[in-house]
Each structure stands twice: as C-alpha cells, then as structure tokens.
Design a protein around this ligand. Structure first.
Ligand code: SF4
Length: 356
C-alpha cells in the first residue's frame, strides 16, 4: 500500500475546490477578517446555512473595525438564527481585541490567535493556515473523518485528536499549507462524507486503509454520548391591542445570553405546568395552547408550553421588559426557539377570518 501524499490531495483540490464566499480565488490573498468570521460561523453550523448569513454579515460589518465599533445588540441581531450565541459575543469581543491589541490587523501565528477571545485550537490552526499560509493543523469533524479512515485510527474521538493532529502535521506540505488545510476540509465535506463516501473519486483511495478493509463508515470511532434530560417550562406570549409583544433580554452570560425572549418560567426537568400562572409576567387569564414548542439544544431538549394573553394598548410593561411593535420584531435578536414560540402565540391570538 502506498503512503498518502499531499501532492495528490493538492492536485485534486486544484481541480475540485469549492467556491465559497469567504474563500479567496486561486492565487489571491485571503482576507484574514473574512477567514476568521467564516470559521467562527461554521463551528457547529453547515456551509449551506452559513452562506447567506455570511454575505449579509459582511455587507453590514465590512471590516474588523466596523464589527468592533458596532453596538452589541446589532451584532446579536445579525447573528440571530445561527445559534450558539456565545460565539457571537466572542466574535464581537475578538474584533474589539484585534482593534485594541493589534491595531486592527489579525496576528499571523497560532499562539497569538489563540490568545484572542473565542479562538480555540481549531480556529487558530485554520486561520493561521488559510489566511497566513502557516504550517498549522486545523482538525475539525471533516478532517477527523478523513484521517481516521485513511489510517484506520481505532481510538475514539475526541481522545484521538492529538494523534490526528500529528498525522496531519506529518503530511503537511511546506509550500501550500493553507491550500492543504482547505483541501482536507473539502475532501471531508464532498467526498469522504459520513455516509456512502465516494471513494472511487478520492485522491487517497490507494493508501486509504479503511477503504481497503471496507470499513469506511465505522470511522471515526465514537464514545457513546449521554442524551440530555428534557427540560420543561412555560413561555408567555402577551400581545397589546395594538399588536405589540412583550419581550425581555436574557442575561448576558449563559445560554442564549443577551438574546431577546418572551417572558418564560425557569426551564427544569421537574417543572410543574399547573403552577405556571405564578411565573406569568402579569396576572391575567392566560390561555394555554394545546401543543408545546419543542427545541433541541446541544445539551438538552426543551419543551415549552405556550400561554397567550392580551391587554389594552395603554398597558405598561413590567420592569425590565418592553413592548415591541410587530414592525420592529425583526430587529429583535430572537433565537430560533423564541421565533417558534412567538409564531405559535401570534397564530393563536390572531382573530379568526370573518365569514364572507
Ligand atoms: S478512500 Fe474513501 S474513506 Fe478513504 S479517505 Fe478517501 S473517501 Fe475517505
């Protein structure tokens, strides 16, 4: 069996590289700001989902300075829908750190990049390699899959990461480390896919141990995950007669930190819906919708019962809350789970169409 060579992968990449909005054309210098922003967005999110966000985000914040100087609500709002909101907070903090510590220029080494907020080992490696052509290993899920198959690595991930890193560094070419990093990502995303990898089209089909043994889909080996316990809670959709909805901002730290939401109870595994009235923002006759809204976070599934109510236009919001007019709702940084809650609540509150 021949040993895998970087040149075979690079030759494949030169013919089949994906055109991505954040990727420089062949021979062009990549913009570190775009490379960094795309890598943060792509953490736990697919390329297809990120593409439209990326374009809009870049139009709104065309440079690291624009992003650093933007109010945090604007950044959260531009991020809403991408999920994992701590990434947006870190993104903003990182842009400010680049302005303050590096005069608006991203540092070009893995170590200096890692010292910035929200940049972990993977992102530092990816930015150093792609934006600055540094010989760095950027090991993400795609790269893990390719390397564990190529060498039939039996150790389960994430424990196998140091070994995978070592294998990547051993293969790294001196002259095109940035292209090599992107080629590995592309190979994992388009050929060496989790199911039915297209081994016949793979530039490493000859040296691949898993292919030779017909065990491709069993790699990477994984340690079984414990499923989170479902949490329950109540969410209150309160509409004023003029259509404005009662909202508040979640605390800056923690899950969905800094995002907008309708008032809710605590979310707990043992939440008792019978006592929901005590968690309501105002004492009213609340109507509970028959179907709860379900959402799955990384660590736990959530089931929110939606209660709806209406009040006259003159009603003042309780302390720390606000009424938002329907025309301004799109400007609120509402995460996906809250969009589902608001949509269900408004649908229930809408008067039925009058008979012809
Ligand atoms: S030969 Fe198949 S399993 Fe091996 S690296 Fe290529 S696509 Fe993946």
């Amino acid at each position: 069996m021949t040993a895998p060579a970087a040149t075979d992968l690079l030759a494949w990449y030169d013919r089949h590289r994906r055109a991505l909005p954040w990727r420089a054309e062949a021979g062009e210098r990549p913009d570190p700001y775009r490379v960094w922003a795309s890598e943060i967005m792509l953490q736990q999110t697919t390329v297809t989902a990120v593409k439209p966000y990326f374009e809009r985000f870049m139009a709104r914040f065309p440079s690291v300075r624009h992003l650093a100087e933007a109010p945090s609500e604007e950044v959260m709002q531009a991020w809403a829908g991408l999920g994992y909101y701590s990434r947006a907070r870190n993104l903003h903090a990182c842009a400010q750190a680049v302005m303050e510590r590096h005069d608006g220029r991203f540092p070009d080494t893995e170590d200096a990049l890692r010292a910035l907020p929200g940049i972990g080992a993977y992102t530092a490696g990816a930015v150093a390699a792609i934006a600055f052509d540094r010989p760095s290993a950027a090991v993400d899920g795609n790269v893990e899959r390719v390397m564990t198959r190529l060498f039939a690595i039996e150790e389960a991930v994430p424990g196998a990461r140091p070994l995978i890193r070592e294998k990547v560094l051993a293969l790294l070419p001196k002259d095109r480390p940035g292209d090599f990093a992107q080629a590995l990502m592309d190979l994992g995303a388009t050929i060496c896919t989790p199911r039915n990898p297209a081994c016949g089209l793979c530039p490493w089909r000859e040296p691949c141990v898993a292919r030779a043994e017909g065990t491709q889909e069993s790699f990477p080996r994984k340690t079984p995950k414990k499923a989170g316990v479902t949490r329950y809670g109540a969410a209150f959709v309160l509409a004023r007669a003029d259509g404005a909805i009662l909202l508040r901002t979640r605390p800056a730290k923690g899950l969905l930190g800094g995002m907008a939401e309708v008032p809710t109870s605590e979310w707990r595994a043992d939440y008792e819906l019978d006592g929901a009235a005590q968690d309501a923002p105002l004492p009213l006759r609340w109507r509970r919708l028959p179907e709860p809204v379900r959402h799955v976070f990384t660590h736990f599934p959530l089931e929110l019962s939606v209660l709806v109510g209406s009040v006259p236009t003159a009603t003042e919001p309780p302390p720390g809350m606000r009424f938002t007019a329907p025309t301004r709702l799109a400007e609120e940084p509402l995460p996906s789970v809250m969009l589902k809650v608001v949509e269900a609540g408004l649908k229930a509150l809408r008067p039925p169409p009058s008979a012809p």
